[in-house]
Design a protein around this ligand. Structure first.
Ligand code: SF4
Ligand code: FES
Length: 358
């Protein structure tokens, strides 16, 4: 039986003033003219709730680039969804935040690039971004909204991991996500400049253990081992087409944010099909649902019900086919090559980023 989706990632727009080198926006952005309008998003939220979804993440790009964000948030709340805003903070201000809270926004996830303003602004590709984020964090908690700080970790900031956690605590966050860069799309393009060394990663894991004990009861610290230095893959997306769906700005529905990197997949749109039809019957959602698609070593592996073979997008990018085991797995024949690639990238000496649109 196909389970109900738990959550919906609504990519309201691909527009964003920042240009982070690990941006999760696709390499080819959907233009503003193609974006779903307010009414279409409201219909998506109602359909998602009827399907069983409990929460929606209003994302982008930068969702603050949508002038109708208040109406979109109100529609998500009216549909009965727990509503989380994923923002860079640029384009938001106290007044806008309060307006969102008034119409039912429950939670804000704010990204920070580093603890040092100069480095943070360089990573974001936007002068003054860091100061604006810190100011907005204060407004979020003052408005009574729950705050999660999202810190993407890579070679330029991994040694300030403890400072990032301290920053999140000082901003009044309930949770901090230590999110090692995921090497798809822009991050894959910037891999040589972003990849930390093995020694840096090991030191970071030790630091995390210490920090979890230090902040117990005060701040939840979420973190995963970065794929390139792991021995077991992460259960990406909680398994393909098992827990969530992504709707792009133009209404295409994806099983994960990077699914469009898998060229043979056919994605359906909410403009042509109901969300239920897409969830149950669309070719992209059924491509890697369940276990029938698996090859060895996953097919007979006892871990396949826990990690679902890892990430399909990473399998394609590094092993050449989306039905391969994720090379983050030590049982993958491509695992050693992945580890060597990480070592090479981490010692490349590259420090310049390729920024989106520049
Ligand atoms: Fe997971 Fe496949 Fe590796 Fe088994 S072989 S641990 S199922 S990725
Ligand atoms: Fe697509 Fe992992 S990012 S399955």
């Amino acid at each position: 039986m196909i389970p109900a989706p738990f959550g919906l990632l609504a990519e309201l727009t691909h527009r964003c003033p920042l240009a982070c080198p690990y941006c999760s926006n696709p390499l080819a952005l959907e233009p503003r003219a193609d974006e779903l309008d307010t009414g279409a998003w409201a219909d998506v939220f109602r359909q998602a709730a009827r399907l069983g979804a409990l929460q929606v993440h209003l994302s982008g790009g930068e969702p603050g680039a949508r002038r109708d964000l208040r109406d979109i948030t109100a529609a998500a709340h009216a549909a009965g969804l727990y509503t989380n805003l994923i923002t860079s903070g640029i384009g938001m201000d106290v007044g806008r935040l309060r307006g969102l809270k008034d119409v039912g926004l429950d939670h804000v996830q704010l990204s920070v690039q580093d603890t040092q303003a100069e480095s943070a602004d360089r990573i974001a590709g936007y002068a003054g971004a860091h100061a604006r984020k810190l100011a907005l964090a204060g407004a979020i908690t003052e408005a009574g909204l729950a705050l999660t700080v999202n810190a993407v970790i890579h070679r330029a900031n991994i040694e300030r991991l403890a400072e990032m956690v301290a920053l999140a605590a000082s901003l009044g966050a309930d949770r901090v996500e230590i999110a090692h860069a995921q090497y798809y799309g822009w991050a894959l393009r910037n891999r040589d400049a972003l990849m930390p060394t093995r020694a840096q990663v090991q030191a970071a894991m030790t630091t995390l253990d210490r920090l979890r004990a230090e902040y117990e009861g005060q701040l939840v610290i979420d973190a995963v081992i970065p794929d390139y230095y792991a021995r077991r893959p992460k259960p990406c997306m909680g398994g393909w087409a098992r827990r969530s769906l992504n709707v792009t700005p133009s209404g295409r529905v994806l099983p994960c944010h990077a699914a469009e990197t898998i060229p043979a997949l056919e994605f359906w749109s909410v403009r042509d099909h109901s969300l239920a039809e897409i969830w149950l019957h669309s070719p992209a959602f059924n491509a890697f649902r369940g276990e029938d698609w698996m090859r060895e070593p996953c097919r007979s592996c006892t871990h396949r019900h826990e990690d679902f073979g890892g990430c399909r997008c990473q399998a394609l990018a590094l092993a050449g086919h989306a039905t391969e085991a994720d090379p983050a797995c030590a049982l993958s024949p491509h695992h050693a090559a992945m580890a060597e690639m990480a070592e090479r990238a981490s010692e490349s000496g590259v420090s310049d980023y390729v920024y989106r649109g520049r």
